[in-house]
Unconditional design. Sequence first.
Length: 310
Amino acid sequence: MSSVPSSTVHVPILVEPIVRALVEPYQLLPEDAPVHWLVDFTLGGGGHTAALLEALASAPRTARHKVLSLDQDPEALERARMRFARELEQGRLEIARRRFSEAEDLLEGRPVLGMMADLGFSSDQMDSAERGLSFQSEGPLDMRLDPTRGRSCREFLSQVSEDELGRILQDYGEERFARRIASAIIQRRREKKLPTTTRELAELIVRAIPAGARHGRIHAATRTFQALRIAVNEEMNELDCLLGRAILFLKPGGRAAILSFHSLEDRKVKHAFRQEPFEPLTRKPLEADEAETSRNPRARSAKLRIAERL
Ligand SMILES: C[S@@+](CC[C@H](N)C(=O)[O-])C[C@H]1O[C@@H](n2cnc3c(N)ncnc32)[C@H](O)[C@@H]1O
């Protein structure tokens, strides 16, 4: 039997503005137009995919069009096979395991008028201790969103130079004590005592920073864990592939919506959406309102940008 829970705990963010913006161009298609696809690059727990399917099905004009949802995480796909069994059977939804950097074979030749990505990790991944994404639960020092390939966080830490690690903690974590933490980790490596679990790493980080800074608003290891997750999963490179290649498969008049959670990501999205052939539909990023952030704390740092292909 599968060990993947069949239901998701992930709460999708800013669903309404994403769906409204993405479905609009489908309402303008002539009735005899061929089937067009909406692409969700980050299937996750399937929250946005479900809303897109529902929105397309809700009007006779759009009901023929279909959704293609991708994710790199095999567990997300397994869960989606259960959640969307009916839609898959009806052919209204296709799902496939792909990274942003590998999606081109599926996009080639497919008319697409809407694309979305909800970056980072899902609550299902965060809550799964064996993924090693959280220092709140003891797990192996892994952090891969696709655990079947690439380097685990521990392998990464056993190879990275101290300078590079410091830069990663600084750039991806905006960590004030980046150099001190990098130096403490590399010192442990020299002693052949590199942490093997999330809690061991969290303790090492806490001990590396000045005592007065250990008890801030957020846990002292939060920024380092975020930075390491971004590095282990090559998230910046993946985002560059999404923005530089995959979204160019949109047809003119099509729209892209991207939800990001980190200032570096938002900067990249903002820049890409201001370049030809795109025109931003959001001058400033949309953010979740108070009602949504109180229901879903993860929505607090979300920034949504939408653009149209000219
Ligand atoms: C925030 S979650 C998406 C949640 C989803 N929108 C929902 O409503 O349930 C992000 C998902 O994107 C996937 N992901 C992140 N980077 C990816 C990449 N480069 N290629 C493919 N999938 C990626 C993660 O595995 C994760 O499942």
